[in-house]
Design a binder for this molecule. Structure first.
Ligand SMILES: Nc1ncnc2c1ncn2[C@@H]1O[C@H](COP(=O)(O)OP(=O)(O)OP(=O)(O)O)[C@@H](O)[C@H]1O
Length: 573
């Protein structure tokens, strides 16, 4: 398609010169005819008019075809780059997403797919117009080479000026990226279904709008400065262009009056100059858009230059089935990117096959971080994690993740059907209604499906047509079912029952114990009723292990665990 488009454009770029030249021939013929006795016109006139008519029609048809190709190519480009971005994003590490600089790059790359779809057609139009200019200029050259010099002198400063201001604009918009993100965020806060509830209740709209105004005004003044300069210089350059054009015009008229060139040549030259001038204007305007697009493309390529740090090994070990020795943490420490604090430090313990391990600790103690390390979402900053005596890094990453069923505290509420929501736990089974139902039964989500008008095909969430919103606890039941859909050797539930009512929680854990029999499980919970069923409990404090033992042992010890347990128990007395 691109090639055909290029070819069509190339053909079209020669047409203006041809049309002008035929026009010149017609006028010369007419003048000739009027001079020779004023009788019937010269026999060639009508053929020439027919030829010009044909050329004009051909030009129009080509123009339409080019527009069509442009729009089709634009769509394909947009789809293709969106897929490319998603594919590349999928290979990147979690901590790269948590990095603001990365996020800016991602944002800018994403903008390329929507904002820059016309870049390709703009570039091609630019080349086409330049070729047309070349043809017209060649026509002028044939008459008088000095006219070209005049033309160049008038064009060149405008080109240089435009490219200078492009650089300025781009540099400015790069500097503004973080604030632009804040602006987008404020726009979202101020006008979205998800935020409306709180914004209304706490009467935040004035606060948000004020902040928005401050930021957007700053942008306005920054941009205005460059816009004014650009406009002032642009006016000067345009004036120069007009001067050049009229200088040439005067020259041509003078040459015609003195009899050096014919009337036909006058129209040809004046027409060439007029077209050159409007082409020049179009090129300059487009030049701005194209070069802006081109500099923004740099962001696009920078995004693709980002490489993941967590690599699958060259010769990966197969995931052991079954796991024999379990997962062993050897003095593992971890710091988040750009953070000075250790989120985990000196972690040494083993998760044995078939063991149910609970993680307990105050907010920010490092529980979630520990399980993310276990799933190799991050690699330890120091120490290592072993699986059956070999470093976790030696195993195939996909297989490792496939063998771990994990439900995060902040699991996703997919705006998809009930059944798809569960299927995300193991997307290979998305068509397996029986398995999905079985998983739903285990997490108590099945009863919920019975009550929904659409059953398992019910659309969930409010975003799409006929979607049904669930309560917090109901969403959790759906999310927990995902873990059961996976035939994983290790199940990790990070506060999966925090929103469940007392009865549901009791039932979920009764089943959990049953379902995870023979498998490893890691549970994070602030509810001691849940925690006490674990075989072993790790008490984390400021990222380190403070105590280890089962419920009875830890209570008897009278340490941190006992203190937290008694605090909670006191609330129930
Ligand atoms: N993505 C992140 N980037 C940077 N720091 C983080 C990130 N996630 C957590 N932290 C920091 O790491 C520490 C441990 O967090 P973690 O989420 O592991 O705690 P937690 O024990 O699971 O807490 P909670 O009980 O509140 O869920 C916290 O101090 C937190 O500020």
């Amino acid at each position: 398609m691109t090639l055909v488009n290029v070819l069509l454009r190339f053909i079209r770029s020669a047409l203006p010169l041809l049309i002008l030249y035929v026009g010149k021939l017609i006028i010369d013929q007419v003048v000739l005819a009027t001079k020779t006795s004023g009788t019937s016109p010269h026999p060639y006139i009508w053929e020439l008019v027919g030829l010009e008519f044909g050329l004009v029609i051909f030009n129009d048809v080509l123009g339409r075809a080019i527009t069509l190709f442009d729009s089709l190519l634009g769509d394909l480009f947009s789809n293709h780059t969106s897929v490319k971005i998603m594919n590349h994003a999928a290979t990147l590490d979690l901590d790269q997403f948590e990095d603001a600089v990365f996020y800016d790059k991602l944002e800018r790359a994403r903008q390329q797919t929507v904002g820059r779809t016309i870049l390709l057609s703009q570039v091609m139009s630019q080349v086409q117009d330049l070729i047309t200019m070349g043809f017209l200029a060649a026509g002028l050259m044939a008459f008088n080479p000095w006219l070209i010099l005049l033309l160049l002198v008038t064009i060149l400063p405008a080109f240089l000026g435009e490219s200078y201001f492009n650089d300025q604009t781009y540099a400015l918009s790069r500097r503004q990226t973080p604030e632009r993100r804040e602006l987008d965020y404020l726009r979202y806060l101020g006008a979205s279904d998800e935020t409306a509830k709180e914004v209304k209740m706490f009467d935040l709209s004035a606060f948000i709008i004020d902040r928005f105004k401050v930021l957007s005004n700053k942008f306005y003044f920054d941009n205005r400065r460059i816009a004014i300069q650009r406009s002032a210089w642009g006016t000067g350059f345009a004036l120069l262009g007009s001067l050049g054009y009229y200088g040439a015009y005067v020259y041509i008229i003078a040459r015609t009056v003195s009899g050096h060139i014919t009337l036909g040549e006058l129209t040809f030259l004046a027409g060439s100059f007029r077209q050159l001038r409007s082409l020049l204007e179009a090129i300059l305007t487009r030049f701005t858009a194209v070069s802006q697009g081109a500099v923004y493309l740099q962001d696009f390529f920078e995004f693709f230059d980002i490489q993941p740090k967590i690599h699958p090994p060259a010769n990966p070990l197969p995931f052991p089935n079954p796991v024999i020795q379990g997962f062993t943490f050897e003095d593992v420490g971890f710091k988040y990117i750009h953070s000075e604090r250790w989120a985990n430090r000196h972690l040494s313990f083993t998760l044995h096959p078939g063991e149910k391990l609970a993680l307990v600790g105050e907010n920010g103690a490092g529980k979630t971080t520990l399980v993310k390390l276990l799933a190799r979402l991050y690699d330890p900053t120091e120490g290592r994690i072993l699986l059956d005596g070999r470093d976790l890094k030696e195993y195939d990453l996909t297989e490792l993740r496939l063998n771990i069923g994990i439900i995060f505290q902040d699991y996703l509420r997919y705006q998809m059907t009930f059944s798809q929501n569960i299927a995300t736990g193991n997307i290979a089974h998305k068509e397996n209604a029986e398995l999905i139902k079985a998983a739903a039964k285990q997490s108590l989500a099945d009863e919920l499906a019975q009550r929904l008008p659409g059953g398992y095909n019910q659309m969930l969430g409010k975003r799409f047509f006929e979607g049904v919103e669930l309560s917090g606890g109901e969403w959790q039941k759906v999310a927990v079912a995902r873990a059961y859909l996976r035939d994983a050797q290790l199940l990790i539930l990070d506060e999966p029952t925090s929103a469940l009512d007392a009865r549901a929680e009791f039932e979920v854990f009764e089943r959990f114990a049953e379902l995870t029999k023979g498998r490893m499980a890691v549970l994070i919970s602030h509810r001691f009723s849940t925690v006490r069923m674990a075989d072993r409990i790790l008490v984390l404090q400021q990222g380190q292990i403070a105590e280890v033992g089962n419920h009875q042992e830890l209570l008897a010890k009278g340490g941190r665990y006992a203190e937290l347990f008694n605090l909670q128990a006191a609330g129930y007395k």
